[in-house]
Structure formats: C-alpha cells, structure tokens
Write a protein that binds this ligand. Structure first.
Ligand SMILES: Nc1ncnc2c1ncn2[C@@H]1O[C@H](COP(=O)(O)OP(=O)(O)OP(=O)(O)O)[C@@H](O)[C@H]1O
Length: 577
C-alpha cells in the first residue's frame, strides 16, 4: 500500500483527469460490448426477415457503438497518458525534493552510476502503475460486470456460465501470470541491475582494464549478465505467451458454453447469439488483467523504493531561525557521533566515522586537521558545513546551534573545497565565478594567485575564456585541482573548509600552497585537511585525529617536540619521502 501511496500523492492533483481517463476507458469497453450485442441481435433478427422498421434502431445502435468505441478509446489513451505524464513530472519533483532533504551520505551513494540509473528507472516504472495496471483493471471489471448483466437479460442461466469464465480469465489467469511471471521479472530486474554495473565498469574503467589486461574478463562478465538478462526476459515472454494462449482458450470455451446452456435452456436464436457474442467480448475485456498483474509484480518493488525515498522526513525548519553574526565564525563540535550506513570503518564493519568528537576552533583561527586515512577528517568537515547530520551531539557556529539557524545561511557561511568538487562544462572564468558571481577581475586574480592557478591560466589558449569539459576534461589533474582551490578561495566565506587542497600538485608546490593558506593574513576561520605535515609550521593549531576522535592538538613545533601520534605521522612521512 505504501508503494502505491508514493504514486497516489503525485496523481491526486490530477484526480479529475484520471477519473476522465477511467470513465473514457470504461465507456469504450461498454461500447465494444454494446456493439457486439447489438450486431449479434441485428444479424440473428435479420435472418428472421422481420422488415426494415424492426431493425432500424439496431442499425443506428451498431453505428453509434462503433463510432463511440473508437473515439472513446482515443480519448482514454489521450487522457490516460496526459495524467500519467503529469503525475510523473510531479513525482520527479517530489523525488528531487526528497533527495534535497536526504542526508548527505545518502545523496553521495546516489551519485554512483548504478544507484542513480536505478532511481531514474524506478521513477519511470511507476507510471506503468496507472497506464498498464490501474486503468485497464477498472475498465475490465466494469465491462465484465456489464457483460454479465446483458447476458442475464438475454438468458439468465448463461450469465452464471459467463461469470465463471470471467473469474477464470480475470482472476485465476491473473494470479498465475503474477506468480509465474513475477519470478522471471525479478530475475530480469536483477540481471538488468548487474548488467548496468558491469557495463559501467567496462565503459568508465576501460583504460585501467586495458592497462591491467583485464578488459576481456570484465567484458566477459558483462556478456554473462546480458545472457542472464536475455534468458530471464525469454522466460517472462514465455509466461506471457502461455497466459495469453490460455486466455484465448478460456474466451472461446466460455462463449461456446454460454451458447450451449442457452440452447439447452430453450432460448430463441436471437437470445443465444446475443448471449454468446456478449460472453466473447466480456471475457476479452478482462484478459488484459493477466498482463496488468504481471506488470504489477514488476512495478511494485520500484514503487516501494520510490515511496521509501519520499518518506525521507523534511529537515526540521526552525520557526524563528537565529541569525549568524557577521565576519569569521567559531566552529564547535560537542560529542559528535556519525555512523554511515554500509560504512566499512577501516575494516571494522559499522564503526563510527566520528565517535563523540569534541572540538572548538575559535573565530579567525587557521587550523590544520591531520590523521591516518579513515580517521574521520573529511567527515568532520562534512559535519561542519551541514552536509552530514550527526546521529548525536551538537554543532555550533558562532556560538549558535546550526539546527536553530537557516539551512541556506549555514551553507553560505561554511563552504570550500571537498574531495569530490566538480568542474562544470564552460569557461574557466564561469567556473570560478560560480563561487562569487559579482567578483571583480582583481578578486579573481588574487584567488588564482593563492591557488597557483595564474600560471595555468596564462598557458591556456584562450586564458580565462578557455572552455573546459564537464569534470575538468581538457585540464590535467593538478590544473583542475588549482582551479577548484581558486574557486573555493574566491568564495571567501566566514568559515573556509578545504579537504586536501594540494592533492595532485607536485610536493614543492603542494607545500607552498598549504603553507600560504595557513599563514596568509586576513580571511575567515580556516579548517584545512591535509597529509602534508611539512607545511604546517604556519598553522595556528594542528588537530590530530584517530578513530573518529581528536587525539592530540597544539602547534606544529610543540607536537613534534614530544612523542605522540603527530610525531609518529611525521616520522612515517619522512620515511615515505
Ligand atoms: N559516504 C560514506 N559511506 C560510508 N562510509 C563512509 C563514507 N564516507 C566515509 N566513510 C567511512 O567513515 C570513515 C571516515 O572516513 P573519512 O572520509 O572521514 O576519513 P578521512 O580521515 O577523511 O580519510 P582520508 O584521509 O582517506 O580521506 C571511514 O572509515 C570510511 O569507511
């Protein structure tokens, strides 16, 4: 029920259109039924040569039903698709809203090709609930009932036989199709998922696979998945064909049985013809129920996943948000705990990324955060800028609980450079101005100088107007990183967070950049995650993390002077160098 709830919420605003589509579908089926009943009556009665006056009304009825059936079917298709597409647009809007509300790590998972492709397919599949399940089912049920009524009017006992035929065609076959076809559909869905993952591996990692000589193996795995998908789809098609064949057999047998009991009951030939042909049309109307049931089995899991996403509770919005003070802000984390779903926690399944972390960074201070890989440094920055909501503990900005402040104001106040920052397709200038649209040429130049990006721009064919591709295509890794750093510096927010700003730069430039960032004058509070310890002499303070906690803090020189985690990291860095 929850699964359908997600779609229903999107359909409700278009309820009138949906009812119109349903009524048009029902009316089209009833016209089909009326057409056959009237035609049967007309042919059988004409054979008795009663004269034109007795047949006139039936001739008009046949014409009206024939025209009505075609036109109403067209109206039903038009209105049905109109409402389904409107509901789909509404549903997509709701899914985007829910994604916006979702915690950062969930959005993060959705960036993976497989999950994103899956979500898009799930949302699209939900429209089939309306077009291929609900609307055909409503029309089938009404037309089946109308068939029984017409049959009962012609030959009462034949109506019982028709009802039995309808139950077999509309219920027994539908359940069989759902059970047998559902299994194949589940296998096909899983095979489709595996194929998408394998195909992404081959497409995105093609170069690496070639280098490591693993292309054949991965391509073979993709082919295997494609074969499994083909087998599952064949099996689903076999079930559909079998059910369709059985449906036609039930249809023919029901019509024959209705004719036989009608004759046995002593009905005249006109009544027999009307009852038999009505049975033929009524059973035909309920046959799509089997296909609808099979499709329902395929669509329900997708609808369930979409409904689950839509249930993401909205972030509580403070009634009267507190206003952050101007200028650089202090950052304080008190007993902060973060666990990621599915996080491997450095080999300890389910371990916390932040484990009761306490940290106060006073306003305007320049703090370097260091620690082994997986210590929780990036998670600390993600919590500080509101990307990840802690499971427990408090985060204060300028002395105010971030949950009491406007979310957009917090986002604007704490920004910088994350490990997965994106370069957009467009000019280098446009990429930089994204951080501060009104920035002057001097401000851009200054940010570029600090990020060592000026020398890159000078060598680009069109300078600031050089066009780069999405993801920084056309730039080297180091050039891309300098562009991203320049963009973060241009933003100049009250709290600047930089995650590995010198990643991909040569060691000398990297140390120079990190050193400048930590010792440069002015600007806001700075939280900088780095592995380059040699450049930390200028930092106001160095914070050492391990296992999601702060294990040591102090000045670079003081920390080096005594044994402890920082000196261990330093010695390990010297050894590696
Ligand atoms: N999106 C995520 N989903 C699941 N687990 C995650 C996610 N991000 C981090 N983790 C887990 O949380 C722990 C801390 O990760 P985090 O990225 O904060 O460490 P880090 O100190 O920045 O590491 P590195 O120096 O390698 O970047 C890790 O053990 C990791 O397994």
């Amino acid at each position: 029920m929850n699964a359908v709830g997600g779609m229903w919420g999107a359909v409700r605003p278009h309820g009138v259109r949906l009812v119109a589509a349903g009524l048009a579908g029902v009316a089209a089926e009833l016209c089909g039924l009326g057409l056959i009943a009237a035609a049967a009556w007309l042919i059988a009665r004409a054979a008795q040569q009663p004269g034109m006056a007795a047949l006139g009304l039936a001739v008009v009825a046949v014409r009206a039903f024939a025209v009505g059936k075609g036109s109403l079917r067209y109206v039903e298709r038009l209105a049905g698709h109109d409402v389904a597409l409107r509901a789909l647009a509404e549903l997509r809007g709701r899914v985007f809203d829910a994604l916006g509300r979702a915690p950062g790590e969930r959005r993060e998972r959705l960036r993976e090709g497989e999950a994103l492709t899956g979500l898009v397919a799930d949302v699209d599949a939900v429209q089939d609930l309306l077009l291929r399940c609900v609307l055909p089912a409503v029309a089938a049920v009404v037309c089946g009932l109308a068939g029984v009524v017409v049959c009962a009017a012609a030959v009462p006992v034949a109506a019982v036989v028709l009802a039995a035929g309808l139950v077999v065609a509309g219920v027994v076959l539908a359940v069989a199709a759902a059970v047998l076809g559902g299994r194949s559909a589940a296998r096909a869905a899983e095979a489709r998922r595996v194929l998408a993952v394998r195909a992404l591996d081959v497409l995105e990692g093609g170069q690496d696979l070639e280098v490591f000589g693993a292309r054949e193996r991965f391509a073979g795995a993709a082919e295997d998945a494609a074969r499994r998908l083909e087998r599952a789809e064949r099996s689903a098609a076999r079930v559909s064909a079998l059910v369709a064949g059985a449906g036609f057999a039930v249809q023919g047998l029901t019509a024959a049985a209705v004719a036989w009991v009608s004759m046995r009951a002593g009905a005249d030939e006109v009544a027999v013809a009307v009852a038999a042909l009505t049975a033929l049309v009524a059973v035909e109307a309920v046959l799509p129920l089997a296909a609808a049931a099979q499709r329902l089995r395929e669509v329900l899991p997708a609808s369930r996943r979409v409904a689950e996403l839509l249930r993401t509770p909205p972030q509580p919005v403070p009634a009267r948000p507190r206003v952050l003070p101007p200028g650089p802000l202090s950052v304080e984390l008190l007993g902060v705990h973060v666990s990621y779903d599915g996080g491997v926690g450095c080999g300890r399944a389910g371990a916390a990324a932040l484990d009761g972390l306490d940290l106060l960074v006073e306003r305007g201070r320049r703090v370097a955060v260091v620690g082994a890989s997986g210590a929780g440094k990036s998670t600390l920055l993600a919590v500080a800028c509101g990307e990840v909501t802690p499971g427990a503990g408090s985060v204060l900005l300028g002395g105010l609980e971030v949950s009491a402040c406007d979310r957009d104001a917090v986002r604007a106040a704490v920004r910088g450079l994350s490990q997965d920052a994106h370069v957009f397709a467009g000019t280098v200038r446009a990429n930089l101005l994204l951080a501060r649209p009104g920035a002057s040429g001097e401000q851009m130049e200054a940010a570029a100088r600090r990020a060592r990006f000026t020398e890159v721009v000078e060598r680009l064919p069109e300078g600031w107007d050089t066009v780069v591709g999405a993801g920084g295509h056309g730039l080297s890794g180091g050039q891309r990183q300098r562009l991203l750093l320049a963009r973060a510096l241009l933003a100049d927010p009250p709290v600047l967070v930089l995650d590995e700003p010198a990643e991909g730069l040569d060691p000398v430039t990297a140390d120079a950049v990190v050193g400048d960032l930590l010792s440069g004058a002015g600007g806001g509070t700075l939280l900088l995650v780095t592995h380059r310890l040699a450049a930390l002499g200028g930092a106001d303070e160095v914070v050492v993390m391990d296992g999601g906690r702060v294990v040591q803090r102090g000045g670079h020189g003081d920390l080096l002077a005594r044994p402890g985690p920082y000196r261990d990291l330093w010695e390990a860095e010297l050894l590696a160098a």
